[in-house]
Ligand binder design. Sequence first.
Ligand SMILES: [Zn+2]
Ligand SMILES: [Zn+2]
Length: 229
Amino acid sequence: MLNKCLDFALSRLGQPCLLCGADTTGSVLCPGCLADLPRLTGPRCPSCALPTPLGETCGGCLKHPPAFDATRAVFQYGYPLDALLQHYKYGQDLQLAGFLAEQLTSQIDTRPDLVIPMPLHPRRLKERGYNQAGEIAKRLAKQLDLPVTLTACTRAKDAPPQASLPLKERRKNIRGAFECRADLSSKRIALVDDVMTTGASLSELAKVVKKAGAVEVGAWVVARTLPMR
Ligand SMILES: [Zn+2]
Ligand SMILES: [Zn+2]
């Protein structure tokens, strides 16, 4: 047992930083690269976490209020975090899940009743081998000592990738994509995803979760895409 622990510690010791290759002391990033990650700071829309001058609700949320009640986001989706998240999503590198969960955990000061990750369609799950949001959610729930379920909600429709579509199309594209079989009566739910782009998917999932009885739904994401200026 001791040998195993030692092996693990030694294997992590010489681990190069995932972004620059420098030596790290048991972390996935060196301190310099960690400091370079684009953190979201300053006043933000309470609904969707987009920066607004005084922290008021943004125009988009006023026009089309999302089905979730609030958003927590740690980073702005941009260099070099985009590279890290791409690596996490497609590189089979699950050690990043713990790191990303830790980053998200540090932003959380509420105690929902249940954590639910953005579900992946079974076909995508088979392709990739894991649900990247699910792996973050599991670790985050463990760190916060909260219950988590990966089976209450499913993605029934394998919609075309949202990335290629404008906002209006995204809402249409994702409609009816999720199903929730659990009874979530009077529960406060935290939905977890790696990136929120327009929020259309998370809003659709929140709608389904509220239909299942949830009274309050938060969206917890590692990164938020900001519109181009
Ligand atoms: Zn580095
Ligand atoms: Zn907003």
